[in-house]
Design a protein around this ligand. Structure first.
Ligand SMILES: Nc1ncnc2c1ncn2[C@@H]1O[C@H](COP(=O)(O)OP(=O)(O)OP(=O)(O)O)[C@@H](O)[C@H]1O
Length: 266
């Protein structure tokens, strides 16, 4: 069968949504990421784990060109996004356009000091949507998608910052979903939440992965084991091991991975 060159597949993850190759990152003179080759499976959850300072957040933030905001930062190599096969860190690529395709959810929920409705409508307005009926429909869809609709449908006009931490984080996920991202980045999304709210977010990740590709940084190995299909283990700026999650936790290939997951360091 003819193979569509724009939709490459990878021997371990299958169809690819994105892929880094020969990727390096520098904070000025500090060489924070070294030669990262990492596949991101389409509509899969990929977890990035590793000890503090190994470069997890730096790698995640490279995917939406967040480092562009600071002078002296430098990318090298490729982060390809498919199916259009564009290297999103190339000079000619507009970071604003990248951020419209790739959403991000941060460690601390960061709703805007506006109403619940306006928080979710924001992404649609940025895209130029003006029709009230379309905005209303999409806001409801995104809130349902983030498992928040039933809790907030009667108070869409109240201030988002009055919601609980877990609700705020689900609102931030709804805000990201409303913009129809192809890839959603989660940077330790539950580290500011209690166990019940954490379980809610993990369940939500399981639900939305059928429509959006997810990349998640977590310092919580159990969380990586629960939510992800594939896991990348990083150490000192390098990608040490990438495997299907169960394999990485049950039968790691590298000694360093085994030492980390058994709690011998980190
Ligand atoms: N703005 C910055 N300027 C210079 N160095 C930085 C900057 N941000 C991070 N670093 C360094 O880059 C390396 C990787 O940091 P990064 O935050 O990506 O690690 P991490 O694995 O996400 O850690 P943690 O789990 O503690 O959040 C570290 O050595 C860190 O000190």
């Amino acid at each position: 069968m003819a193979h569509d060159m724009n939709m490459p597949t990878h021997p371990v993850v299958g169809p690819l949504k994105a892929e880094t190759s020969g990727f390096h990152f520098y904070y000025g003179d500090h060489h924070a990421l070294r030669n990262i080759d990492m596949p991101v499976g389409d509509k899969k959850v990929t977890a990035i784990i590793g000890p503090s300072g190994c470069g997890k957040s730096t790698l995640l933030r490279s995917f939406n060109r967040m480092h562009d905001l600071y002078p002296g930062n430098r990318y090298e190599g490729e982060i390809r996004l498919y199916p259009d096969n564009v290297n999103i860190i190339e000079r000619g690529v507009d970071p604003i356009e990248v951020r419209m395709r790739i959403g991000m959810v941060f460690q601390k929920p960061n709703p805007f000091p506006k109403s619940i409705f306006e928080n979710v409508a924001y992404g649609l307005r940025v895209r130029g949507e003006k029709r009230r009926s379309v905005i209303e429909e999409k806001v409801e869809e995104a809130l349902r998608g983030a498992a928040l609709w039933d809790e907030v449908k009667d108070r869409l006009d109240s201030l988002a910052t009055n919601l609980s931490g877990g609700q705020q984080q689900r609102l931030c996920i709804a805000r990201a979903l409303a913009a129809d991202p192809e890839l959603l980045l989660f940077d330790e999304p539950t580290s500011a939440l209690d166990p019940i709210a954490t379980a809610g977010i993990e369940e939500l990740i399981g639900q939305i992965k059928h429509r959006v590709t997810i990349l998640i940084v977590t310092h919580n190995m159990q969380q990586a084991a629960r939510v992800s299909d594939f896991t990348a283990f990083m150490y000192m700026g390098e990608l040490v091991e990438f495997s299907p999650t169960e394999e990485l936790f049950v039968k790691p290939k590298k000694q360093q991975t085994e030492d980390y997951i058994t709690g011998r360091f980190g």
